[in-house]
Design a protein around this ligand. Structure first.
Ligand SMILES: Nc1ncnc2c1ncn2[C@@H]1O[C@H](COP(=O)(O)OS(=O)(=O)O)[C@@H](OP(=O)(O)O)[C@H]1O
Ligand SMILES: [Mg+2]
Ligand SMILES: [Mg+2]
Ligand SMILES: [Mg+2]
Length: 332
């Protein structure tokens, strides 16, 4: 059996089930069902349901593994959380083989509270990355990755709204991206287990590149990215897309550069916003660093404490992109 074959199969199963939860919620989502968290970001029943489902599936196969997950059960507890808790419970049970009760639901969600670190096996989970996109009906992703001794070894990303073939945007939607370090990057759809290897587009000059970046300007500076594009003589307008679908879009050759440019030097990126996506790009021919050209360091806890921003490009042009980034950000 190949390296991490069992983990790969379990992670695919977990992400497919969690994606079904998200799709169900979207069909039923009504105004007023979004909670605003203390950092002003949104969360829905689907974020909690997807985290409960992934953590339950992982626990059934790998009970000793730690999980670093975005959500916690605070908003689902007590009388005030009863209505949401019931909804999340019924959603989770609709895709699980063995039903959870209230207690097991909350426990499953809170198994995502691991602090992270440099030693051992730990899964990083973003039950919905791009919750803003999810609420709008745009792109979002269920992102799960396995980190061993501080290095991402396996990544699975479910993108329910992403067209299977970008040349047929109105065609079938729902892509699953799977990668194990050293084994390449693969795409399949939600309805068949057949996998196709993906590669970044072979590009030799940044001027031919297509950029992608966040939709929300507070997540990545649109102004700085326009200056970088102009310095690199890029003429095509950027693709704006929510979530780690940006990484998968670059990995399968539909865009060439992903820039995440800090809007504040105080913001620390969450590891779950980059774990599966960064391995996917590396396994399809790209380089992922921060704005200082440092590799992303996933061994320092729940945040990328020693990195600022993220710069993704094909290995042939990454150093030229970094030069332009540094010129615009630091005048170097
Ligand atoms: N200030 C700031 N800077 C950078 N990143 C931030 C910031 N604030 C929040 N977040 C995180 O952004 C995650 C969503 O990123 P996206 O690239 O999808 O942004 S966007 O939706 O396209 O605007 C989002 O992930 P989810 O909460 O999982 O959606 C947040 O973890
Ligand atoms: Mg969030
Ligand atoms: Mg996220
Ligand atoms: Mg999230």
């Amino acid at each position: 059996m190949s390296f991490l074959a069992a983990e790969r199969a379990v992670a695919i199963d977990a992400v497919l089930r969690a994606s079904r939860v998200c799709q169900q919620v979207f069909r039923q989502l009504v105004d007023g069902e979004t909670i605003t968290k203390s950092d002003k970001s949104p969360v829905t029943a689907a974020d909690f349901g997807a985290q409960a489902v992934v953590n339950t599936v992982l626990h059934n196969s790998f009970p000793n593994d730690a999980v670093i997950g975005e959500e916690d059960s605070k908003d689902l507890r007590g009388d005030t959380g009863k209505q949401l808790r019931e909804k999340v419970l019924s959603l989770a049970n609709s895709v699980l083989d063995m039903p959870l009760d209230d207690k097991k639901l909350l426990e499953a969600i809170d198994r995502g509270s691991h602090p992270g670190g440099a030693k051992g096996r730990m899964w990083a989970l973003d039950p919905i990355d791009g919750t803003d996109g999810f609420i709008r009906g745009d792109q979002y992703a269920v992102c799960l990755a396995l980190i061993i001794d501080g290095h991402v070894q396996l990544g699975v990303m479910g993108c329910p709204n992403l067209p299977v073939d970008s040349k047929v945007p109105e065609g079938e939607r729902g892509c699953l991206f799977v990668t194990v370090k050293g084994q390449g990057a693969f795409q399949r759809n939600f309805t068949s287990a057949e996998e196709t290897q993906i590669h970044m587009a072979d590009i030799s000059s940044p001027s031919d590149a297509l950029f992608c970046e966040s939709v929300t300007p507070s997540h990545s500076s649109h102004g700085d990215s326009a200056k970088i594009a102009s310095l690199l003589n890029v003429t095509k307008p950027p693709i704006r897309m929510d979530s780690q679908c940006k990484y998968s879009t670059v990995a399968r050759g539909d865009a060439d550069i992903y820039l995440r440019l800090p809007t504040s030097m105080h913001y620390e990126e969450n590891i779950w916003d980059h774990t599966s996506g960064s391995l996917l790009v590396q396994e399809s021919g790209g380089i992922v660093t921060d704005i200082y050209s440092k590799p992303l360091n996933f061994s320092l806890g729940r945040k990328l404490k020693e990195n600022k921003g993220v710069i993704v490009a094909h290995s042939k042009i990454h150093s030229q992109v970094i030069k332009a980034v540094q010129k615009v950000l630091f005048g170097e």
